[in-house]
Write a protein that binds this ligand. Structure first.
Ligand code: AMP
Length: 575
């Protein structure tokens, strides 16, 4: 496939147009498919607009409301995949068809064949992967709406995977029942317990994203006494109430006082450096995505693993699975993904924005940055994914891409993606509470940082305040309770992915406001100007990650406040 990248892309587009040529959407643009693949491809590019989710929302809403006609896709929409990207605060709904599972499965099936080119003996043990399903909901028309991984773990492709005798490269320590348990605590408990019971067999430790693996380590930190007690006695903690979970460990959990005291000894040490290799001594690598927003976790993972290699094996989304890392053991800076040309039809919008034309997968240039645009079997046409990629080279004729960033995202702890507008609205809402509580007090400047020093990480918002009354009141302290309320108000205004992570998954910690001294933001500007920024064009950055600036901000903090409550969130319906 990578040898004939453009040819495969032509075939994929021809298949999509054949399958979906009679849909309302494609007919609207008078796409007279049937003139031959090359002519159809040219007509497709000439007539079909490049769109965003908001452009497609009316069609998506009709499907969600139960309209079964061929609106976007010639095949029935089997479910919606809920993206962690949001629109107006709600998760985006991506249409999916039943064949998509085969395409995803194909990509998964390539991961271990690639990995075994670089790491020997992975068929001689197990993988400790922390995998989770999330809450599902239904659209008004009755279609399921759930995250793509939940859909995959619940599919027969995952559940009926070949037994170890047929596929010794994909043997997991986690029982399938634990992966499928929607109660995040019980699921994690059993997955960790099984990982501990099989500790010598574990050859790789992972989760989908780096943040997920750190959560698991934090879980071990807080729950090892109970886990060790269960292992010592062979009796499962009564806090695990799900019968299928209790049944899943009935065979393996036997009294093992030696293992229990080993775990207690290791986990009660003050120093957790290298804990992963201490507990799972045969681990060859960590299997977690560490690109994009996850890069912030690299130093912490290195600390806990004693510097094990970290493999970011694939690049995928709810819209489409894209590709894989063909050199998964490479250092973090070299990670790149080869897009598989048979997953969808891919185009690339140059980011430079100088009116440069959109190009095909085979037409990208090394070194250039592009926004990914995808056309899928399930009915997205020339859809802007929002990811910015840079071409780093070619594998045969297929380009390899570095993941640079997600467009417009200022804050991200795990799958949450908060943009500048959402942050602005949140600050405005909290500032209104502040002004109502303390007349004459306002937020004059703010910036934010995704703080991952804590597990789970949390949003930190720096506020500079101004008393509009008398000057001598400037240093007057604001009531702590009011500030705590402001923290919660900000959380109430965040999108549903943030709230779900905060409330249901507890994978984001309470939002923090750090009030800084008057004049701090001016100092920030002086600093930027001293480093070459133009005075006229200087804008307060709404997100800071640069260490010297964070240090400057932190050295000016006069008070810190945390959200004491939880924002309102429920899985809800998509109506
Ligand atoms: P979702 O729509 O929730 O499925 O999230 C998909 C998004 O997650 C992608 O569009 C990327 O922004 C991000 N993502 C997925 N895989 C990777 C990866 N390997 N490296 C960096 N970001 C990724």
């Amino acid at each position: 496939m990578t040898e004939n990248c453009d040819e495969v892309q032509g075939i994929v587009l021809a298949e999509i147009l054949k399958q979906n040529g009679q849909t309302e959407y494609l007919r609207r643009y008078s796409l007279a498919a049937g003139d031959g693949a090359a002519a159809d491809r040219a007509a497709f590019k000439a007539n079909i607009p490049v769109v965003t989710y908001e452009d497609l929302q009316p069609e998506i809403q009709r499907i969600a409301n139960g309209d079964h006609s061929a609106i976007l896709c010639g095949h029935p929409i089997s479910e919606f995949l809920t993206s962690s990207g949001t629109s107006a605060g709600e998760r985006k709904l991506m249409p999916a068809i039943s064949d998509d599972l085969d395409r995803r499965q194909l990509l998964y099936s390539l991961l271990m064949p690639v990995m075994k080119k670089y790491v020997a003996g992975l068929d001689k043990g197990k993988a400790l992967y922390f995998l989770f399903v999330k809450a599902e909901s239904k659209t008004p028309g009755g279609l399921l709406a759930r995250p793509v991984l939940t859909s995959y773990y619940k599919s027969r492709h995952f559940q009926l995977r070949p037994p170890p005798s047929e596929d010794p490269f994909n043997v997991y320590t986690s029982p399938t029942a634990a992966i499928l348990c929607a109660d995040a605590h019980q699921s994690m408990y059993i997955q960790m317990l099984c990982g501990l019971l099989h500790r010598h067999e574990v050859l790789r430790v992972g989760a989908v994203f780096a943040s997920g693996l750190l959560r698991a380590i934090h879980f071990l930190q807080t729950h090892y006494p109970q886990l060790a007690a269960d292992i010592a006695t062979g009796e499962l903690s009564p806090s695990i109430t799900d019968p299928s979970l209790r049944a899943s460990v009935a065979e393996t959990l036997k009294p093992n006082p030696d293992l229990a005291s080993f775990i207690t000894d290791e986990c009660s040490k003050a120093d957790w450096a290298g804990i992963i290799t201490r507990i799972w001594p045969n681990t060859k690598y960590l299997d977690v995505v560490i690109t994009g927003a996850m890069a912030q976790y690299i130093p912490t993972l290195q600390f806990y693993s004693g510097g094990l290699p970290m493999a970011s094996t694939m690049y995928a989304s709810s819209e489409c699975y894209f590709g894989l890392n063909l050199k998964p053991m490479c250092p973090p800076d070299d990670i790149c993904y080869t897009i598989l040309p048979n997953m969808g039809y891919f185009e690339f919008l140059p980011v430079s924005g100088d009116g440069e034309e959109i190009v095909d997968l085979a037409g990208v240039e090394v070194g250039k940055e592009y926004e990914l645009v995808v056309t899928t079997y399930a009915g997205l046409y020339r859809y802007r994914v929002g990811d910015v990629l840079q071409v780093s080279g070619f594998h045969n004729s297929a380009p390899k891409f570095k993941f640079l960033r997600r467009k417009n995202v200022v804050l991200s702890i795990e799958s949450d993606k908060t943009d500048e507008a959402e942050l602005q609205r949140a600050v405005e809402r909290a500032a209104a509470v502040l002004e109502a509580a303390a007349a004459g007090l306002s937020v004059v400047e703010y910036t934010a940082h995704a703080c991952t020093d804590t597990i789970p990480g949390h949003y930190v918002i720096y506020w500079e305040l101004l008393w509009r009354r008398k000057e001598e009141e400037e240093e007057e302290k604001v009531e702590g309770e009011v500030m705590e309320k402001c923290c919660l108000e900000m959380e109430e205004e965040m999108n549903s992915v943030y709230k779900q992570s905060r409330v249901a998954d507890r994978s984001i910690g309470p939002l923090e406001i750090r009030v800084v001294r008057t004049g701090t933001f001016e100092e920030l500007m002086d600093y930027a100007i001293s480093r070459g920024a133009s005075i006229n064009q200087y804008k307060v950055p709404r997100c800071v990650n640069f260490k010297p600036i964070l240090e400057l901000l932190d050295s000016r903090v006069v008070s810190t406040h945390f959200s004491k409550g939880l924002p309102r969130w429920s899985p809800g319906r998509f109506d």
